[in-house]
Design a protein around this ligand. Structure first.
Ligand code: PEP
Length: 244
């Protein structure tokens, strides 16, 4: 269960969140709980979660380790700051910051080389769903991104299926819609990396997940967790999701 905080919260708000959240999920051994704050708040989040089972991630990374790349952050820098995870290819990065399947692959490889666990996002836009192209979009994203990894690299990847029209809109995919997409993605994994790897791959659903819809989504066999934006910003709300 991963929370994407996007561009929200100061360091003080980050610390206050974890003071409330950590005791609420202390018994949640059934799930990994990850929060991805803004880069500047990673140290505060790491300090606040010392000695807990909550792990911290970044929301993006650049594929070079260092250099003249103003404004960028590298995998080794995230790792040194205490992050263990990183979101790659979020639809907001694709929509506003020119992310492509090729750069998603570069960032994923960089994350793995830095020893981070990448959460790689895929998902269709509304017009792509309405024109019946959901599966071809997912296949293109998979073939152009994740399929370029070696089997050893792919084994460390978590996939997040996030239909773009469901992100931050309050419109959740029905559990059946999400299940169909997850099943399709798992079939792509099986075709490329084998049935055993497909069964072991974690595929998260993201898009307006809330405490009141998490149970029906998680009841679907191919949904292994969720990537949560808005509802991860409040401690009780995200704890209810982690503890579904
Ligand atoms: C997200 O940012 O990945 C997301 C799923 O956002 P929300 O839960 O707010 O739709």
């Amino acid at each position: 269960m991963a929370g994407n905080w996007k561009m929200y919260k100061t360091a003080a708000e980050t610390t206050a969140f974890f003071e409330k959240f950590a005791p609420l999920v202390a018994q949640s051994v059934h799930a990994d709980a990850v929060i991805c704050p803004t880069f500047v708040n990673i140290p505060a989040a790491v300090a606040a979660t010392q000695g807990t089972r909550i792990e911290i991630g970044g929301q993006n990374l650049y594929w070079k380790n260092e250099g003249a790349f103003t404004g960028e952050i590298s995998g080794p820098m995230l790792k040194a700051a205490g992050a263990r995870w990183v979101i790659v290819g979020h639809s907001e990065r694709r929509q506003y910051f020119g992310e492509t399947d090729a750069t998603v692959l570069q960032r994923t490889v960089a994350a793995l080389e830095a020893g981070l666990n990448p959460i790689v996002c895929v998902g269709e836009r509304l017009e792509q769903r309405e024109s019946g192209n959901t599966e071809s979009v997912l296949k293109t994203q998979f073939d152009g991104g994740l399929a370029g990894l070696t089997p050893d690299q792919f084994a460390k990847v978590t996939i997040a299926y996030e239909p773009v029209w469901a992100i931050g809109t309050g419109k959740t995919a029905t559990p059946e819609m999400a299940a169909d997409a997850h099943k399709f993605i798992r079939a792509q994994v099986a075709a490329k990396f084998g049935a055993e790897q497909a069964a072991a791959t974690r595929i998260l659903y993201g898009g307006s997940v809330k405490p009141d819809n998490v149970k029906s989504l998680m009841a679907q066999p191919d949904i292994d967790g969720s990537l949560v934006g808005g509802a991860s910003l409040e401690a009780v709300s995200f704890s209810l999701i982690v503890n579904f």
